[in-house]
Design a protein around this ligand. Sequence first.
Ligand code: FAD
Ligand code: SF4
Length: 279
Amino acid sequence: MQLLRPESPAEAVAALGDGAVALAGGTEVVPLLRDGILRADTLVHVAAAVPRGIDGTRIGAGTTLAELEVDPQVPDALREACRLAASPQLRAMGTLGGNLKQATRCWYWRLQYPCRLHGGDRCHAHEGEHREHAIFANDFCASAHPSDPAAALLALGATVRTDRRELAAADVFRLPTEDDRDVVALERDELVLELDVPAPDASVYLKAMDRRRWAFPLVGVAAARSGGETRLALSGVAPVPWLLDGPEALEAATPLPGTAYKVDLARALVRRALAALGP
Ligand SMILES: Cc1cc2nc3c(=O)[nH]c(=O)nc-3n(C[C@H](O)[C@H](O)[C@H](O)COP(=O)(O)OP(=O)(O)OC[C@H]3O[C@@H](n4cnc5c(N)ncnc54)[C@H](O)[C@@H]3O)c2cc1C
Ligand code: SF4
């Protein structure tokens, strides 16, 4: 396996064009390679090609979660989503760009069951253990998106700049289908460079997890108020980060038998998040 270290976005994109894999902090790529889920002849270390740091509303995709959680320029919802993610060691290495593209934590997928996300024709979670799985859009694949920061970015109305376009953070993700099993709508060689995260009047991120620290979201709720508008977005409830039209939209959830408790969790967190935003 070879490791390339491009110094510009153009060089990085050219290197990725051959089916090579981008590597930032490596907290996701390295375990996937180790477990044989991801295969790559070439790794492209993008640290020198992708902006890092925070300047007002602009955040480089190479900024680590640890840097984000302590910077007062970053809206509360995103800071808190980063602070509550993973462990201090992982946050010191893991970048925002890499976090958005992390793969599902569905244990069937991680154990390489030939499930729909691996190209097969069954969702093993539907028939098997699915306590941590989705309550929305869970028909084809019931995985629950694990990113805390992504929910915050959706609620905050962030935009993402790649080497070839600008798009709403919500449009980075897509529900998997028979024709395309990916949950990320970016091209395989597309490099995330920067995010623009508008400053809200108030924002908050609340997270229910199995432990108080170092656990993926069972349900995470981000809420942001700007002007007269309040936006809600959830993690851990659908195969992609989930924009919620309002508290009443939770009544449209379609939980599996083992995930019905998540609807109650989401109701409580949404109520608390809206209260925390204040009038
Ligand atoms: C034990 C554990 C617990 C965790 N807990 C949480 C949690 O509670 N909440 C949470 O939100 N996350 C959690 N995570 C996920 C963690 O935050 C991510 O692994 C990390 O942010 C990924 O960033 P990275 O820089 O290490 O990415 P990498 O591992 O380097 O890359 C991850 C993916 O992103 C791609 N990539 C990286 N940078 C770019 C770029 N600039 N443009 C395009 N593609 C890119 C890579 O090719 C790869 O597909 C956890 C991870 C672990 C291992
Ligand atoms: S939930 Fe998705 S990733 Fe998990 S087994 Fe079903 S199809 Fe595979």
